[in-house]
Design a protein around this ligand. Sequence first.
Ligand code: UDP
Ligand code: MG
Length: 339
Amino acid sequence: MDIAAKQAIALSVVIPCYNERDGIAELHRRVTAACDAQAGSSYEIVLVIDGATDGTREAIFDLAGKDTHIVAIDLARNYGHQIALSAGLELCRGQRILILDADLQDPPELLGPMMVKMDEGFDVVYGQRLKRDGESLFKRTSASLFYRLLRRMVDIDIAADTGDFRLMSRRAVDHLNAMPERYRFIRGMVNWIGLKQTAFHYHRQPRFAGTTHYPLRKMVLLAIDAMTSFSIAPLRFASHLGMLFGLIGLVALGYTIFSWLEGNVLPGWTSLAAIVLILGSVQLLFLGIFGEYLGRMYMETKRRPLYIVNEILCSDMVAEAADAHVHRLQALVRGNAGV
Ligand code: UDP
Ligand code: MG
C-alpha cells in the first residue's frame, strides 16, 4: 500500500491479549479515552488475540464490530507474549506506537505525558516502574534480581524494572520489525537499536482482572531467552571455570608429588571421587549450556514465520488502507461490513 495511507494514522496502540475476557471492556474504554484526547480520531487499537481460550476472542470481535478504530488480529494459536506483540508491531500503521498490556497494569492515561516527552525529540519513551502494586514479594524480588543479573551479563544497558510498556516512533518500530530473530526479548531488542531513548517513571498498578500469565516457568524461559539472545557470557564462563579447575588440578598434583617425596601415601579415594563427581557435573552443566545455544541456532536456521494469522477483523476502511504487509495477508482480512 502507498506510504500516504501508512502516514494517515497518527497513533497505534498495540495490545497482546491472552485470556483477558473480563478486562477487555474496561481496557477499551480507557484506551479509547486516552487516544481520543491525544490523537483525535487518527488512531487504531491493535488487539492481538494470542490463542485465547476464555472468550477473549469473541469479546474483542464483538467490540471490533462496533468500533472502527479496532483492528483485531486473531493468531492461529498461543505463540506467547513476545511473539504476539511482534505480530501487532508488524501489522500496525501508526506514526507513533504505544505498547500496552491488556490487564491495565500500565495506565493508558500516561499516553499524554509520554507523547509530550516524545515531542522533545525521543524515539523511544520507555516506562520504568517505581512501585509495583499487587505483585507478590517473590515476583518483585525475582524480577529485580533478573534485571540486575542481566545488566551484569550483557553488553547493552537494559534499564532495570522496565517492561514492554513504551511509546515508540515509527522509525524505531521499523527497525525492530527488521530484526528477524525467533527468540525475542523485545525490550532488549529496542535497547539494542539505540536512537534517542528515555525513561518515564510510573507506578505499576495491580491487574484489573484475572491472574498473571507469567508463572515462574515462563519467567525463567524469558530470562533464558534474554540472556542467550544478548550474551555469550555463559559460554565464556565455561572456559573460565575450566581454567580455574585446571589450576586447582595443578596445585593438587604438585601437592601429591611433594607428599610422595616426603614418603606419605595419600589415602585419597574420597577426595578423588569428589573431584571426579564435581568435574563431571560441571561438564554436564556446560554441555547443557552449549546445547541451549546450539538448539537456538537450529531453530533459527529453520526460518519459519514467527506466527500465523488466522483472521484479521477491522472496518472496511482500515482493511482498504492496510499496508503492504497486511496486503500480503489480504485473504485473511475480513472487512467488517456495516461498520
Ligand atoms: N500475553 C499474551 N500471550 C501469552 C501470555 C500473556 O499475549 O501467552 C499477554 C497478556 O494478555 C498481557 C501481557 O501479555 O496483556 C502480559 O501478561 P501478564 O499481565 O500475564 O504478565 P505480567 O504483567 O504478570 O508480567
Ligand atoms: Mg500484567
